[in-house]
Design a protein. Sequence first.
Length: 374
Amino acid sequence: MFLRPLEREFGWTRSELTSVYSIYLLVHGFTAPFVGFFFDRLGPRWVYGAGMASLAAAFLFAGSLSTLGQFYLLVGALVGVGVSLNGMVPGSALLSRWYRKRLSTALGIAFSAMGVGTIVFVPLAQHLVDSQGWRSTYRALGILVLVATPIVLALPWRRFAAGHPDFPHRKAGTGGEEGWTLRKAIRTPLYWGLVQLFFCTSISMFTVIVQLVAFFIDAGFSPLTAATAYGLVGMLSALSVMGSGWTSDRFGYRPAVTASFIGTAIGMALLVGLNFTPSMILLGLFVPIFGLCMGTRGPVVSAISARAFAGSHVATIYGTIYSSNAVGAAIGAFLGGVLHDLTGGYGTGFGVALFFIALASMPFWTIPALRDYR
């Protein structure tokens, strides 16, 4: 929502602007293992409270930014810390203490909150940017997070962290008598298969989605239509993420993941078509196909990691796996901006995204521990 207004006001290039997303994702990725470490030792109240405070401060101060360095520090680094502290590393650790057979479904519902937020806040942010300006919009978002912070702190975190009374924390499993540790986990092909899936998927997706609204506008659609389409993609992704957990529990992980990759590739092919022929029909096809497949891999990776590496270090292990997702997304966001600046368009970026989505699908077919995982 903020790319084009900032581009107009400061004259920053598209690659300079999208680099803020790369910084955010790199910080998000590199802090994820530490978030897992602090969660395992300090508990969720401290982690979530610090995350909310970081986000509120970032958005409030972003309303007064005037330099590219400030943009990178606030919207890049500080938001990255906040999202990491409030993200799915602590969320997955908590849910794995409450659910066993339906863990994938539970994780899917939790992950879907990101999609629900997209359909609410993307059109809202676009409306505020158009009517009040980008500075007031940043401040409004900061105030909203600040107001929500006491509510988050008041939640019964000690009860949440205790887990289901029938499910004591598992420390053993196949990791040995003392349970899984990060050192043991990184020696397994399953761990590196999950890393490849997360890393390549995020490169592919973020090469596209960071500039998706700008692409729609450049293709000839109105800003509100572009924002609404993006919001609908987010809403459908929320439904698909919820459904991915149920599908994985019912039909298995490999069929669910494979179907999502096929749908994502079809959606990207439709973007290539829109690049040449801006048609409401193609846009109408893209939104449900891409939206119903976007983000469905996240709950699958989280569920497999929580089950396969169960124990007192599960948050730390998943934190390192999740960091590959954020690093890949940072590369994708930066790559998309650079390719746009070099070529003056989006076609090359879409081609690169298709290549990496193919690489992301390979572990479930080439690594026995994932291919046969139930």
